[in-house]
Structures are given as structure tokens and as C-alpha cells.
Design a protein around this ligand. Structure first.
Ligand SMILES: [Fe+2]
Ligand SMILES: [Fe+2]
Length: 287
């Protein structure tokens, strides 16, 4: 069975049974929704049981070497685009469409923040981990909400109950409020669950991007809903994190709302994004 997961808690929680006035559609829609609910829960169960501190650390070490491929930012967009996985959250449309929609929506409202436009374009490129010719990683280790490891799992994390079967949950070194961290140590020093956010952060950083710290923060923590939506884990944040969080909140609004079907004329906007890629990245990146 294909698992359908949306990274947004708004989609995952509080399922609303669709009310259709078209006779006969009610039952079918309900079935579909409840089937999806079961699939999402199963996705998070697998994710929560397997995302341990050691797992994330090993993945970071493995992929952080950036020895898998050499390609430009745009080549990666295209690689992701030709891989149409109907089970991927953002892929009701081709992936480039989602990326450009998000970027163009932000560009319209924040015309002077060109770094933010590019951040939007690249924020999900880490999903190449799903691509069979690239990482071939399972969904539970690529998409979905992310959370800190090495300290207690906050109750606000979606489907928190499944952490009971995660070995870290029972490890006294990891299951206290601060765990291995010190108060307000800064999110930069926190080991997050492994996924496309963390991977793209490693790629951007490892290739010496000229993007500002706020861009790296957005890339790395955009699926960390417990923090930016629910306000959890403030005790791990330092002053800089709290300041930068404002940009993540701006970004997140567009990541969600631009998923409407606004068609983008790719050929028209491409030159602009190519110029940004050139400004902030080397021509070829190590992945
Ligand atoms: Fe994402
Ligand atoms: Fe996204």
C-alpha cells in the first residue's frame, strides 16, 4: 500500500469527514479519508519507532560526505521532477511546480528578499533521497514532521504515542527534557530526525552557499512543526534562533498556501531563478 503523507499537521490532524451533497459520494469520500488516516498513522508509527539518535547521526555522516553525485541546483530540480511518486505529499503536481509556486508567491509579496525566493525554490530538493537512482530511501526517513533527538519527545509532535516503541524513549540519557543538550544551546547544535530538510541543509552548507543564516534555518527546520507551529522546544533555542524564526514563519505560510493550482510559466521565470542560483551557489554542487 502506498502511504500518503502530508508534512503539515493541519492535514494530518483533525481529519474532517468530507460532506458531499452529491448522493452516493459521502460514503466513498469517508472511506478514502479514513484509509488515508490509517496510512498516515502507519507512516508516523514507522517514523517514530525508527528515528533514533543513532539512526539520524549515521545518516548525517553517510550523506554528509556529499559523495553521491555532482549536479547543479537546476539539474536536481529536474531529477526530482521526473520522479513522480504519487505517494509524495507535494506531488499532486510536478515537484518543480510546487517549488516555483512557493517561490513566486513569496517573490510577489517580498520582492526585495531574493535569498528567500531561492530558498523557496530549493527547500524540498532533499527529497531526491526518495529517488530510486539517488538514495532510494523509504518515505518515513525523508518526509513528514521532524523533531530533535537526544532529548525527550515533546507531546505536541504528531502521533506522539508511537515514540513509546522508540528505544530512545527508554534511554535515560535521552529521555529527559534537556537530554544531552544544555539549556538554550541553539538549534544549530541539535541533532534532528533525519529527512529531506536536514539533507538539503548539509548540501547547501557543504557547498559553501552564500545564502544567509535565515535561509539555512528555513531549509533545515521547515518540517519542525512542533517548534514553529506549536512553540515547543524553546529551551533549546538561543536568541538568534528566536530572531530568525520570524522568517521561517513567513516562509511556512507560502509553503502551505501555494499548493493551490496556480500555473507558472516556467520558461518566463527560469532566467530569474538561474540568476539567483548563480549568485548564491557554485555551478556544480556535491550531493
Ligand atoms: Fe519540505
Ligand atoms: Fe514544500
Amino acid at each position: 500500500m502506498r502511504v500518503i503523507v502530508r508534512g503539515e499537521p493541519s492535514d494530518l490532524n483533525g481529519f474532517v469527514v468530507p460532506r458531499s451533497n452529491a448522493f452516493g459520494h459521502q460514503f466513498r469520500d469517508y472511506e478514502k479519508e479514513s484509509g488515508r488516516r490509517v496510512a498516515v498513522e502507519e507512516f508516523y508509527r514507522t517514523n517514530h519507532v525508527n528515528q533514533t539518535f543513532d539512526f539520524a547521526k549515521n545518516k548525517k555522516e553517510e550523506y554528509g560526505k556529499l559523495q553521491r553525485a555532482e549536479m547543479s541546483i537546476w539539474e536536481c530540480c529536474e531529477l526530482l521532477n521526473q520522479y513522480v511518486d504519487e505517494s509524495d505529499p507535494d506531488l499532486d503536481e510536478p515537484q518543480i511546480e510546487h517549488l516555483l509556486q512557493t517561490a513566486e508567491a513569496i517573490r510577489r509579496d517580498y520582492p526585495d528578499e531574493d535569498w528567500l525566493h531561492l530558498t523557496a525554490l530549493i527547500h524540498d530538493l532533499g527529497k531526491v533521497l526518495l529517488h530510486p537512482s539517488f538514495g532510494g530511501e523509504p518515505q518515513w526517513s525523508v518526509v513528514g514532521d521532524t523533531f530533535p533527538l537526544g532529548c525527550a519527545f515533546d507531546k505536541s509532535i504528531v502521533h506522539h504515542q508511537h515514540f513509546h516503541d522508540n528505544p530512545d524513549f527508554h534511554n535515560p540519557a535521552f529521555n529527559t527534557k534537556l537530554g544531552i543538550y544544555s539549556a538554550n544551546c541553539g538549534l544549530e547544535n541539535v541533532t534532528m530526525s533525519w529527512g529531506h530538510d536536514e539533507y538539503m541543509y548539509l548540501v547547501a552548507k557543504g557547498n559553501n552557499t552564500k545564502l544567509p543564516p535565515a535561509a539555512l534555518f528555513i531549509i533545515r527546520f521547515h518540517s519542525f512543526y512542533a517548534m514553529h507551529r506549536s512553540g515547543a522546544y524553546e529551551y533549546l533555542m538561543n536568541e538568534e534562533d528566536k530572531e530568525i524564526l520570524k522568517w521561517l514563519k513567513v516562509f511556512n505560510k507560502y509553503d502551505l498556501y501555494s499548493k493551490s493550482k496556480v500555473r507558472i510559466d516556467q520558461e518566463k521565470v527560469k532566467p530569474y531563478y538561474f540568476s539567483l542560483i548563480e549568485k548564491y551557489f557554485p555551478e556544480k554542487l556535491r550531493w
